[in-house]
Design a protein around this ligand. Structure first.
Ligand SMILES: [Zn+2]
Length: 403
């Protein structure tokens, strides 16, 4: 088993939420075996000199879609692709995320169970990519966020399992886990890019949502709700959701409920920002909805931060003009729209995500016994937050992929 010693100049300690200097990390196989400021024996070891760099735990993106590549219209084009094509596209997208420093990701919904196949292939060493937690197909209602088909001859369920009753919702959750998903993704409200629905409106009744979420909750699995409007957010929280995704039209009661229930918020600011920034090239309905969402989002995020809502880092990468490998711009946007400090955003991307995903025993910090997922940057994000977009060293599972 090969031994590697990483000599780290600046070292982000996600456990104690601080930066240390001159830390040595010893890796054997795929595990971290020692983290120390003392000198270490480098005999027989490969030494990686990161003494001029800012080193941190491998980043985690807890909301992304390997299936989509960020091209405008990539969702509409889906119907023209076979699942084989989708699998190769997903692989290339996931690899771009890894090379940008995201060593773990949560795929928030694919087509069919393409993300399950990709996770399995990466875990088996058939290809390389980030460590993946996957959702398979999201669960939605007729005419809702996951129901993209209008052609009456199309029977493919595609991106969503569409249900309209508590029994249907329970079935959909069981079906999703049966086919290999790690967690349940449910569409609690309308969306921004889905034309014809309303981001402010709930799409599930409490009874439907509860029936769906009882399935992962009884099996120790986690769940996430695509949710913008306040009523849909509250239904999801009361029914036992793990994380609210986007949350861009929440009210103060939502914030109090998230604190009370320990619900995580995954803000995905960049998804709305990129739609507004590139508005001229996109359907006006989507731009109008994104503009409305973004205005509210900044104000609400400041309140969430002040009240202590658990913020997890996610980007919705794959959505329009939000391509894989570029999603670290979210760090800059967390400062701009929520006044998050650098430390808070780094913690959101490491410790908080790992805890939310129930992977804290293996990733999210550089500690003895954890998997050797370590990344580095040439500059410190405390000097320039945009450095997060220029990852220069990536190690996952003890294997160096970059630098
Ligand atoms: Zn998404």
């Amino acid at each position: 088993m090969g031994k590697t010693v990483l000599k780290c100049g600046k070292f982000f300690d996600s456990v104690n939420e601080c930066v240390k200097e001159n830390v040595n990390v010893v890796v054997e196989g795929n595990k971290i075996v020692k983290v120390t400021c003392d000198a270490v024996n480098t005999e027989g070891a490969k030494v990686v000199d990161l003494s001029g760099k800012f080193v941190m735990p491998g980043m985690i993106d807890s909301h992304m879609h390997t299936l989509m590549n960020g091209d405008p219209g990539c969702m509409d084009d889906m119907i023209k692709l076979s699942e084989g094509d989708m699998a190769f596209n997903s692989m290339v997208n996931a690899q771009a995320d890894l090379m940008a420093g995201f060593t773990s990701v949560r795929d928030e919904g694919s087509y069919g169970f393409v993300d399950v196949a990709l996770r399995n292939a990466i875990n088996a060493g058939k290809t390389f990519g980030p460590r993946m937690m996957v959702s398979g197909m999201g669960i939605g209602t007729t005419g809702g966020h996951a129901d993209g088909h209008y052609n009456l001859n199309t029977t493919s369920k595609g991106m969503g399992t569409i249900v309209d009753s508590p029994d249907g919702a329970r079935y959909a959750a069981r079906f999703t886990l049966k086919h290999g998903a790690d967690q349940i993704k449910i569409m609690a409200t309308g969306g921004v890019m889905s034309i014809g629905d309303e981001p402010g409106a709930p799409e599930f009744t409490y009874e439907e949502m509860k029936a769906a979420l009882d399935v992962p909750n009884s099996r120790g699995r986690i769940s996430s709700a695509h949710a913008h409007g306040a009523e849909g957010i509250k239904i999801a929280i009361r029914a036992g959701i793990t994380s609210i995704e986007h949350g861009m039209l929440m009210d103060d009661e939502c914030i109090d409920m998230m604190v009370e229930h320990g619900t995580y918020l995954v803000p995905t600011i960049i998804a709305a920002y990129k739609i507004v920034e590139n508005g001229a090239a996109l359907p006006q309905e989507a731009v109008e909805k994104a503009t409305r969402c973004l205005e509210n989002h900044g104000k609400n995020l400041e309140k969430c931060r002040a009240k202590g809502v658990k913020i997890a880092f996610g980007t919705d990468t794959g959505t329009y003009f939000n391509p894989h490998g570029k999603q670290a711009e979210e760090f800059r946007l967390m400062q701009k729209y929520g006044n998050f400090t650098v430390t808070e955003s780094l913690v959101a991307c490491t410790k908080t995500n790992a805890q939310m995903m129930k992977w804290w025993d293996k990733v999210g910090s550089i500690e003895e016994g954890k998997l050797a997922d370590i990344v580095a940057f040439d500059e410190s994000p405390y000097d320039d937050i945009t450095t997060m977009c220029r990852c220069s060293f990536v190690m996952k599972d003890g294997v160096v992929y970059k630098g």
